[in-house]
Design a binder for this molecule. Structure first.
Ligand SMILES: Nc1nc2c(ncn2[C@@H]2O[C@H](COP(=O)(O)OP(=O)(O)O)[C@@H](O)[C@H]2O)c(=O)[nH]1
Ligand SMILES: [Mg+2]
Length: 390
């Protein structure tokens, strides 16, 4: 593993949340004026959640058997070697040693044609507890952790379901329910975090499957033991029961040796789900941008046509206005605003023609009346002139 890569600028100072219903002490995003860049998929979990095993297996799967639609590459040689060594150790029947220092692995993911950055935060669980349970965000290690979380566009949360159930140790329990819910809360409240896909991965399910079944199955288990996380995640989350590395022999204690020959369960799937969601979001936002652009063209044309008609609803102006409107792309021709304006132009031109006709009739009546008076006067004058001449 390697030293942390340079990070984007830190978050602006936090302000207290205005929402009275807020339960967690997350900083409010209300003070942000600039769009906040969400550029990485983040993997995190508390101590002993199974992070090292999960990421080593995920990396091994994608490196050794790259799929045409998904591949993964560590961004540094030492990180690659470290992940592959951990898998080699597991292949030899040894679990990877506990994480000693703060560790980051930066990887590049290629999903179909898009490249994503993935940051794996495999730090000692104490840092997680400090940041999300004790709310201490002033030390270097917690600040870095929070910054990664705040830049996440997708998150994989690893939870050992046994810890979620283990109520004998309230500290352990707090890390899983309070701490994890605090992570989710922070993600949802910060700019652009409303729809960040969160994959909740329940680890070591080869060991815990029967416990989950006994407690009512995955759905009931999640509602009973992960309800704070689910409530806080609101939307865009999915729960995956996962067995990254299974034991070589049936053992319920979890102390058995790992067997890398057995296929993993739900190691690639959470990542795939996140990537598909991100692709869908990207498509949607691209469509929305295109729609906005087209709408702008429509609004501009409507304004231009109105300005022409405002100069007078003469035949020439109406023809000009209609010409402007017919230049609008076909897919907008059925737009309500356009139909209404066309009807207005038709009405305006009819009024204009009616007015014109009325004026013409009035002129003819005036002319007739004038002739009615003038002709007898002229006849009388001529008669008088001629009769005097005689
Ligand atoms: N049976 C089983 N045990 C696991 C699995 N993943 C992790 N473990 C056990 O949990 C221990 C802690 O896992 P580790 O990945 O080091 O946790 P971390 O502290 O979150 O990095 C390992 O030493 C294994 O004994 C799994 O998928 N199946
Ligand atoms: Mg570890």
């Amino acid at each position: 593993m390697e030293t942390p890569p340079p990070l984007p600028p830190p978050l602006p100072p936090s302000t207290p949340s205005e929402n009275l219903g807020d339960f967690f002490d997350s900083s409010s995003p209300a003070s942000f004026s600039e769009p906040y860049i969400r550029d990485r998929i983040v993997v995190l979990g508390r101590t002993q959640a199974g992070k090292t095993v999960f990421i080593a297996r995920l990396y091994h799967e994608l490196w050794s058997k790259p799929q045409s639609w998904l591949s993964m590459r560590a961004l540094s040689g030492p990180a690659h070697t470290s992940l592959m060594t951990m898998c080699a150790e597991m292949a030899n029947g040894r679990w990877p040693s506990a994480t000693l220092g703060q560790r980051y692995v930066d990887c590049e993911l290629k999903f179909n044609t898009t490249v994503h950055r993935m940051t794996i935060l495999d730090y000692p669980g104490e840092v997680f507890t400090k940041a999300f349970v004790r709310g201490e965000s002033d030390t270097d290690d917690t600040t870095t952790l929070l910054e990664h979380v705040d830049h996440a566009k997708g998150v994989i949360l690893l939870i050992d379901p046994k810890n979620a159930v283990d109520s004998r140790d309230p500290t352990k329990r707090a890390d899983d329910d309070y701490g994890m819910a605090a992570v989710v809360d922070r993600i949802r409240k910060f700019p652009g975090g409303e729809n960040v896909p969160i994959a909740i991965v329940m680890t070591k399910c080869d060991l815990h499957e029967s416990m989950i079944i006994q407690l009512g199955g995955l759905k009931v288990f999640a509602e009973d033991y992960l309800h704070w996380i689910i409530r806080t995640a609101v939307n865009s989350y999915k729960i995956f029961p996962c067995a990254a590395v299974r034991l070589s022999r049936t053992s319920r204690s979890g102390t058995g040796a790992p067997d890398l020959a057995k296929p993993p369960v739900n190691v690639i799937e959470p990542l795939k789900w996140i990537l598909e969601k991100l692709e869908l979001h990207a498509e949607k936002s691209q469509l929305a941008t295109e729609r906005e652009k087209k709408d702008e063209i429509l609004v501009q044309a409507i304004d231009q046509a109105r300005a022409i008609i405002a100069q007078g609803a003469t035949n020439t102006n109406c023809v000009r206005a209609r010409k402007v409107l017919s230049a609008i792309p076909n897919e907008h021709q059925g737009d309500r605003r356009l139909r209404e304006l066309r009807a207005e132009i038709d009405a305006a031109v009819t009024d204009h023609e009616d007015l014109h006709e009325t004026k013409q009739t009035q002129n003819w009546i005036l002319f007739g009346a004038a002739m009615f008076v003038l002709i007898p006067v002229v006849i009388i004058v001529l008669y008088k002139v001629f009769s005097q001449g005689k």
